[in-house]
Design a binder for this molecule. Structure first.
Ligand SMILES: [Zn+2]
Ligand SMILES: [Zn+2]
Length: 127
């Protein structure tokens, strides 16, 4: 039991230490240095639990890849169509109250993903 909570903490700390929106596989590689016997399934389960308890965002991109984000504040994302990388987008968006006025539906939060080439792929010299 102790071992499991230590693994859970390692997964949690790994996700909180980066802003790169890693997939479970990337987090797995990060914690494997400390816990060589940890399985990818355990890492994924711990990340999914963080999402369920509201401590992480779970972002599924167009390709089907699932990325995790320890920053649960309201923000949008960009997904690169070339490298698949996910990055943060902080831009002003319509007030959620306007959604209610417009549609009569209550809007509590939004989830927005922009697609296109990322900054680093765009700046690569194309031969
Ligand atoms: Zn890219
Ligand atoms: Zn984010």
């Amino acid at each position: 039991m102790k071992r499991h909570s230590r693994q859970r903490d390692a997964v949690r700390n790994a996700l909180c230490s980066v802003k790169s929106h890693p997939t479970a596989t990337v987090v797995y590689d990060m914690v494997r240095a400390e816990f060589p016997n940890i399985s990818l399934a355990t890492v994924y389960r711990n990340l999914a639990e963080m999402h369920q308890s509201g401590d992480a965002l779970m972002l599924t991109t167009k390709s089907g890849a699932v990325h995790f984000d320890a920053d649960t504040s309201q923000h949008s994302h960009h997904c690169c169509l070339t490298c698949g990388g996910v990055s943060d987008v902080f831009i002003e968006l319509p007030n959620l109250c306007e959604i209610a006025n417009e549609t009569g539906c209550d809007a509590e939060y939004y989830s927005l993903m922009f697609y296109g080439e990322c900054d680093s792929c765009r700046s690569k010299v194309k031969n």
